[in-house]
Design a protein around this ligand. Sequence first.
Ligand code: AMP
Ligand code: GLY
Length: 440
Amino acid sequence: MNILVIGSNGREHALAEAYAKSKKVNNVVMTPGNGLTDFTNKKIKNYPSVAMMDFDGIVNVCKKEKIDLVDVPQDDIIGQGFVDKFKKLGFQTFGPTQKASQIEWDKKWARAFMVKYNLPVPHFKSFTNHKEAEKYVHSLDEQVLYVKASGLIGGKGAIRAENKKEAVAAIRQMAEFGKAGETFLIEECLVGEEFSLFAMCDGKNYQIVSVAQDHKTVYECDKGPNTGGMGCVAPAGVLTAAEIAIIEAKILRPFMVGMEQEKRPYSGVLYLGGMLTKNGVKIIEFNARWGDPEAEVILPSITTDYLSIAEAVTMKQLNNVAMKLDGKVRISIAGCSRGYPTDYSAVKGKEIFGLEAAMKLPGISIYGAGIKREGRRFFANGGRIFHLVAEGETIVQARVRAYGAMATIQVEGNNLHYRTDIGWRDVMRMYSNKNTANTS
Ligand code: AMP
Ligand code: GLY
């Protein structure tokens, strides 16, 4: 079979590799792909001139390449209804419909859904009127708050406000987000450990795949602005088996039932962004897709044929598939342009050294993101340039490999930035023998 994966980031690269592993797959076509996606794997073919949003251009590629299954993995195109449109044209398509993905692209609707189905959420209130929002902030006790645009802004729409003054400034910032910020939420700040739990869903049934832990801020010790994700560990030991059982009973099952009742059965990957607080798990958000960089540490661990899983999802037969994982620990480190996520324009076009050699080190894989290739030379072409993933029997082995490999890579002019503390919580857990729930 021939598969189409739309997109150009590390998540999409990992997804293309997962499909390519299947003996049933001849070719994986990417629109547009990146400088690394078609570098080592002969089954993967890029269409660099066909942009991710160019629906008609992508359909032409599908016809030319005789595509049998389309995977729509990215939030903007899922929100634009690409899944519905491909289905309408008769393609077998993996991903949630536009209506089902409202759970991600409309945070106000999503919170209302969670309340209706009694899912655990922080205190929140939604607004369109800035004056009313400011009045609400002043009526609260001094506290940390989150002000969040209701629409999609590439993961940058949630602003942490340390006090009322910052909350008022954040409310004003919502205007900068255009339509996506017209409606916004003010939320209580949840305190605890954050996790990303992933489940495969076919509209009725679900299977938990794994739990990962992302590191969102650009600098160590959770300092600096939020990014798309600086690095990740999976499986992360943040949740015990008992806590996962509670998540199933209180979140996943009511979610699936609720979405069916709302006439938008959920099919695809469900990403639960949660916080383990002292009062149990609370939902930060749901996303309607794999996380990035979570996909890079989870997809390589799946030993069940990924095409069979995707087909079972599209045919509503997930119950017939046994999802198996290899049991290894993986850690990813995002190699970024210095200045990301603020201003990294000066790094664009700088050469990357050591990448090809690093890829060949034991237990190392590298997924491309903002990267270009000319012959065998690589150049920075975005904020997150690549995601280096190391596997190991333990978090410590994976981490030693990952940072050893990172030390061999450089971007011209000392322009490679990465966090040096990815996975620190799981290292602490390993030494303190605290729960490492195995979700496989
Ligand atoms: P979001 O745009 O909703 O994914 O939020 C981005 C990040 O902001 C999350 O990954 C959390 O780290 C943080 N965040 C969002 N909402 C809350 C909240 N109510 N309490 C604590 N942290 C939050
Ligand atoms: N890892 C964060 C995201 O994919 O939204």
